[in-house]
Design a protein around this ligand. Sequence first.
Ligand code: ADP
Length: 334
Amino acid sequence: LRMVSSQPIGNEPVSDEELRPHALDGFIGQPTLKAQLQLFLDAARKRDVPPDHILLAGPPGLGKTTLAMIVANELGVPIRVTSGPAIQHAGDLASILSSLDTGEVLFIDEIHRLPRAAEELLYIAMEDFRVDVMVGKGPGATSIPLTLPRFTVIGATTREGMLPSPLRARFGFTAHLDFYPIDELERLIDRSAGVLGVNLDEGAAAQLAMRSRGTPRIANRLLRRVRDWAIVHDLIVVRSADVKEALDLYQIDAEGLDRLDIAVLKAIVTNFNGGPVGLNNLAAMVGEESETVETVCEPYLVREGFLARTPRGRIATEKAWRHLGLVPQDDVSK
Ligand code: ADP
């Protein structure tokens, strides 16, 4: 994914760890989701059984990994972390599953990218707590059923729709993470600023929140760039104007759109006269994978009203034209 592999801003390794809250209390925002999860965990604790499997869905950087770690923490159990692309063969997954202890949490990031055979093995394991282990090779190979202890899978996905329904049906609780409103981002930025030792005034926190694209990971990353700015300019207190200058330098605009967002909107407007344009054409035009455009870029652009999805393709809205400093053409549908 773009935000992991080629970070648009700065090039530090992804160092999410130091800013990750460890308890549900420290997880900012998403009040409904938190209340649901709290009840779900309390019930499991009262019944003294590992909770049902949990699916966390939503765009990158909204807190899926963080929530998985919080769940394990709250339950006081170890967490094993893997991801769809890291599991190349069903056997890789079988060996992870057969080494789990009772109650352990298995976190599978990008679970929609598990190979087919691993997917099938997983939903049997999730349902029946059993895995068939292949012993030997070739014609003499036999499969031995192995009983697993009860454990909890937490799956994370940016593309819930790509999960086959038998697998989706194995999750007892599905949480949809949504982009964060400005006030929640402000609280998150205040908390992170405390951890990082950056002194922001109120206007600065608000300015940062506005430009964070509704995304905690981006808020934290921008905050680090603002910290750099403060260090270099010997600032004791960071004000709104400082945030503006620092983030202008990194081409984060006032609505929080980054280079790829802008490239997508520009492509629709200038190359396709506002659209409609198909996803693959659009992705080719901006030199990105379709999946990145669809899962990283579009959800925010759609939510903020810059882009509309129609059966015939993507359309730039009037707001998009104006944001680019252009006047919408007459024949543009909105
Ligand atoms: P995802 O797994 O959805 O891509 P992460 O859980 O890795 O996202 O979150 C990215 C960063 O944002 C982490 O540093 C995490 O600490 C922070 N973060 C995300 N959501 C929250 C939240 N609700 N409260 C506080 N920090 C958060």
